[in-house]
Structures are given as C-alpha cells and as structure tokens.
Design a protein around this ligand. Structure first.
Ligand SMILES: C[S@@+](CC[C@H](N)C(=O)[O-])C[C@H]1O[C@@H](n2cnc3c(N)ncnc32)[C@H](O)[C@@H]1O
Length: 200
C-alpha cells in the first residue's frame, strides 16, 4: 500500500475530488469542534496535507503522520514561514510518538488500517485528557470506490453502529456521526462521514 501512495504522490493533489473532500471535512470538523490557537493536533494519514494545512491555519501546531515518504515530501514542499505542518513518517500503531495531542484528525486513511480497534486504542493513548478525534471516512460501500483496485484497502467503508461500538470499546465517549460530503462517480454515490468523540 505504501508503495502505491509513493507512486501517486506527485499527482495526488490534481483534480477536484480530493480537494473537495478535504474542504468539506474541514468545514464539518470546524462546525462541530472549536479549534483553538493553543492546540497541538495530529493529522493521521496526512498524505500531502490537504486537510492538515487548513487546520494549521487555526491551531498552534499540527503534525502530519504518514507511512509514505513521498506523500510527506509533497506535504513538506508546501511548508512556508507562515504555515507549517511537521511531517512524521512513522507507524504509530507499533511505535507511538512521545507526545499527547489536544486532538487527532484524519481524512480517508482509516480504511487503510486493518485493525480499527488498535487504531482507536492508539489514538486514545496519543490524546490528552478530554482530547478529541475527528475522523472522516466512507460509509459502507460495495468495494467499487477505489477504481485502481483494493490492494491495501482493509474496509469497504464503515457501518456506523459497529464503528461506534469499536470507538466506545477503546474508551471514547460522546461518539457522534456527521455527514460531510458525497463523492459521485458514474451513477454511484459514496457518502463520507466525520465521526467525532472525546477521551474520557
Ligand atoms: C487516501 S490517502 C489520504 C491522504 C490525505 N488524508 C487526504 O485526504 O488527501 C491515505 C493516507 O493514509 C496513509 N496511511 C495508510 N496507513 C497508514 C498508517 N498505518 N499510518 C499512517 N499513515 C497511513 C497513506 O500512506 C496515505 O497517505
């Protein structure tokens, strides 16, 4: 999977679809969560930083965690003296960061992680008390969303009820789903949610 993201990194930002998703996810997050200028945030699966840089403009600091060096090179190239995202190429499920954040955001990365409980368990450990997650991904789909094939896709979207159960099992409270955007491909609709929750 990482190899595929390395290959497509230089083309990732082209076209409207991913920009539109990032824009809608950012709007949905900010309509639900007050992002403050004293906050440290992690963007999990940040890729080229489409969501991270929007968040960067309103918080103190944001790190973009990803497994793909090439995606993170694209992210790093967008850094400027006034707007910065710190790239971190690390598998945080196996090697956690030595830092806790006020919040963790993510867009379209969760379906690439096989063990969703382990992911939320990892998020929990990386959050300060009362910290939040705001995670965007596809509603359950039939496997047709990824037109390049499903290599590295562990989930064909997510069923809300079972995802809620997983997130609560990891210790989060106030789990809420919000519709963010609908991708249209051919005659099919692929709705995207943002799920928010808080560390107890
Ligand atoms: C579909 S892309 C989304 C990128 C970006 N969030 C966006 O919306 O444009 C998924 C990203 O998640 C990253 N990823 C997948 N599994 C990961 C993991 N276990 N840890 C960190 N990043 C991961 C991939 O390398 C890829 O950059």
């Amino acid at each position: 999977m990482t190899e595929r993201f390395n290959q497509v990194a230089s083309e990732w930002d082209k076209g409207d679809m991913r920009q539109n998703i990032a824009h809608a996810v950012f709007q949905t997050i900010t309509s639900r969560i007050a992002l403050l200028n004293n906050m440290n945030i992690m963007d999990f699966g940040a890729g080229t930083g489409l969501l991270s840089f929007k968040i960067a403009s309103v918080v103190k600091r944001i790190v973009g965690v990803d497994l793909s060096k090439k995606m993170l090179e694209q992210l790093e190239a967008k850094n400027s003296p006034t707007l910065t995202v710190q790239p971190i190429c690390q598998d945080i499920l196996n090697t956690p960061l030595q830092e806790q954040f006020h919040g963790i955001v993510s867009s379209m990365a969760m379906h690439h992680v096989e063990d969703t409980f382990a992911l939320f368990d990892t998020f929990y450990k990386h959050l300060k008390r009362d910290g939040f997650v705001a995670i965007a991904d596809l509603e359950s789909e039939d496997g047709s969303f990824h037109s390049h094939g499903n290599d590295g896709v562990y989930h064909f979207g997510f069923d809300r009820d079972s995802l809620r159960e997983t997130i609560e099992k990891a210790g989060f409270q106030f789990v809420r789903f919000h519709h963010a955007y609908t991708v249209q491909k051919g005659d099919k609709d692929y709705p995207i949610f943002v799920v928010t929750a808080t560390k107890k």
